[in-house]
Structure formats: structure tokens, C-alpha cells
Design a protein around this ligand. Structure first.
Ligand SMILES: [Zn+2]
Length: 143
């Protein structure tokens, strides 16, 4: 049986005949499931970045960890378009295209690796899209 790694934390998922949903370990699944419903201060307490986007890409929330990773203050990005104004490097099929498909789909969490290109340099991250009413929560973990 092939070894399955958690796509979010990298931990080895025990080999089992039971299919694990989306390759995310049970403990990450529990932690991530509630993220879209957290308050602003709860989002700020998370050890990984979270950006809440409307379907058309407007930034609705931007937590502390993401602010530190990207070097941008939430006030600079909330209310602006993530794909065109905040992070144009994400206006590609692999990110924006995947986001649009996710929003139009059945809400199954989607995870993939991406490279953010900040003025200060490139940062490899794991991205996870989570269903939220009217858009999605984008979780960002530095690799
Ligand atoms: Zn995990």
C-alpha cells in the first residue's frame, strides 16, 4: 500500500483500507473544518495564514499569520481584490482558476502547493481552500 502523507501538515497518515478524505489527516481535518466560521480574533490566533475571499476575489478577512508571511497590513488588503490588486502572482490558472472552480463546485476542500512572489522574495506554501458562504477561506501554510 503506498504511503499517504497529510497534504496539510506532512504527517504520515496511517495506511488503512479506509479512504482518507482529500489526503488530510484526521487531526488537521478537525482543526481546519471550523476555520471558515472563526471570528477575526480567533483567526488571528491561528499559526497559519487565512485569507477569506468572496466569490469574486474581494478580501474579507486577512489574519495575523498571513499578514506576517506576506508583510502586508490587513488594512492594506481588506476590501481590495486579491487576484488583481493584492497578489497578482495568484492570477493564474493554478490559483485563481482553481479558486473559481472550487467556488462553483461542491465545496470539497482543495489543497495544492504554490509559490508566492513577494517583493522580498519567493515563498513556497501549501494552500487549502475551504467552503464559506459567499466565497471561500484560503488557508496558507509556509513550507
Ligand atoms: Zn495533517
Amino acid at each position: 500500500m503506498p504511503e499517504v502523507m497529510c497534504a496539510w501538515c506532512g504527517a504520515r497518515i496511517r495506511e488503512s483500507p479506509v479512504e482518507h478524505s482529500h489526503g488530510i489527516c484526521p487531526s488537521c481535518d478537525r482543526q481546519l473544518r471550523g476555520v471558515p466560521d472563526l471570528s477575526e480574533s480567533e483567526l488571528d490566533a491561528l499559526p497559519f495564514g487565512v485569507i477569506v475571499l468572496s466569490v469574486d476575489g474581494m478580501v474579507q478577512a486577512y489574519n495575523r499569520a498571513e499578514s506576517e508571511l506576506a508583510g502586508r497590513h490587513p488594512d492594506e488588503v481588506i476590501g481590495r481584490n486579491f487576484f488583481t490588486e493584492v497578489a497578482p502572482c495568484t492570477a493564474v490558472q493554478a490559483f485563481q482558476g482553481a479558486f473559481q472552480l472550487f467556488c462553483a463546485g461542491d465545496g470539497e476542500p482543495k489543497t495544492f502547493r504554490f509559490t508566492f512572489r513577494f517583493p522580498s522574495g519567493s515563498v513556497r506554501v501549501q494552500i487549502l481552500f475551504l467552503r464559506k458562504e459567499g466565497g471561500a477561506a484560503v488557508a496558507v501554510r509556509k513550507l
